[in-house]
Design a binder for this molecule. Structure first.
Ligand SMILES: *Cc1c(COP(=O)(O)O)cnc(C)c1O
Length: 356
């Protein structure tokens, strides 16, 4: 018998979430962001369910090659561009669209002999200060690219730092507009948060990631409650042991949970080596046999403990939902001081995945 943990991926939820994106941005094309192995879901497992997308965006060459070799013929965007000049051969060979964010990349492109023009995403640093050219340089850089015969279509791209918070996007939109008003051609600005909440940023292509997988860009599930988004991943396991505690008994490493009364504790086959956050404190929500309860004590590598007080019927073999349809991953993440993004991308390879 395998260990009873598994992650189930819902194809219909993915499909639904892409439709939600289309409803929010009806006039834009969609880059479905599948970096980090499709936010932990597995590109190979899910890309066909997103085939009605207009393109896939990611940043690892091996993921781009995987998509091409699996049969995807449409656009693929390298969000971080190329990492050394030699990568341009692969970009040409696999017909990838590449972001360009630094001067060395311009130089590399200018001497590259492409078999057909390479489509470029010219990255503007509008305030996040990770990648991109300052808006003041944008027109100059655009001109250099436009003069290169090996360059095809040039799209202006920028990324938002605060699209999920009250600060919003206008401060960055202002920066972009100042430097790029004279530049023709398509634009791509919106991540998930801007796709949902800032329609003025949609332009030609939106770049949603986390919402395709049904989690909240802000970390708060209330913020996506009325969107129709559905979680794609259900992480499930089972109770593999039950302990009857009396007052004073402790549970797990460091004895961090101490019982104040007599009650039962269930031991669940799921730990941090499965991707469950070790920093989730006692009190993190979890569902046992369809009843909401909480974790107790320190999460171990392979196990965690749950309070069975609200679950008198629970016993060895009772099903446990760590996150999924009935328990938003955002709530688990919030308790652990992180985001659904981190939990999804941390799903461990040892967890068997079922695609439904
Ligand atoms: C990851 C990423 C996205 C998608 O972000 P979400 O918040 O998951 O929607 C979009 N654009 C760029 C450049 C990214 O790196």
């Amino acid at each position: 018998m395998p260990r009873p943990i598994s992650a189930t991926l819902s194809i219909s939820a993915l499909d639904n979430n892409l439709q939600v994106v289309r409803r929010h941005a009806p006039h834009s094309k969609v880059w479905s962001v599948v970096k980090a192995n499709a936010y932990g879901h597995g590109i190979a497992r899910i890309w066909q369910s997103l085939q009605s997308t207009d393109g896939f965006a990611l940043l690892d060459f091996n993921e781009a090659v995987l998509l091409r070799e699996a049969g995807w013929q449409g656009p693929i965007l390298l969000l971080e561009g190329f990492f050394n000049p030699g990568d341009l051969k692969e970009i040409d060979r696999y017909r990838l669209t590449t972001s360009v964010h630094s001067h060395w990349q311009l130089a590399a492109l200018s001497t590259f002999e492409a078999s057909k023009p390479v489509n470029i995403y010219l990255k503007i640093n509008s305030g996040m200060n990770r990648l991109g050219f300052h808006p003041n340089e944008a027109a100059d850089v655009w001109g250099q690219l436009r003069a290169m015969p090996q360059v095809g279509e040039i799209t202006l791209m920028s990324h938002f730092a605060t699209a999920d918070s009250p600060e919003g996007v206008n401060w960055q939109v202002d920066n972009i507009e100042k430097g790029t008003q004279q530049i023709p051609g398509p634009r791509s600005l919106a991540n998930s948060a801007a796709t949902l909440w800032h329609p003025q940023t949609h332009h030609d292509w939106v770049r949603p990631g986390i919402i395709l997988y049904g989690a909240s860009p802000s970390g708060s599930v209330q913020d996506i409650a009325n969107t129709g988004l559905k979680p794609v991943m259900q992480l499930r396991s089972e109770i593999i042991a039950v302990q009857g505690l009396v007052a004073g008994d402790r549970v797990g490493y460091s004895g961090r949970y101490r019982a104040e009364r007599e009650h039962r504790v269930g031991v669940v086959a799921c730990g941090y080596a499965d991707g469950y956050p070790r920093h989730a404190p006692s009190g993190t929500p979890v569902r046992v046999g369809g009843v909401q309860t909480v974790t107790l004590g320190t999460v171990s590598m392979d196990m965690l403990a749950v309070d069975l007080t609200p679950c008198p019927d629970a016993q060895i073999g009772t099903g446990v939902e760590l996150w999924g349809d009935n328990l938003p991953i955002d709530d688990v993440a919030a308790s652990a001081g992180t985001l659904g993004y981190e939990l999804l991308t941390a799903l461990a390879p040892r967890v068997p995945v079922i695609v439904k």
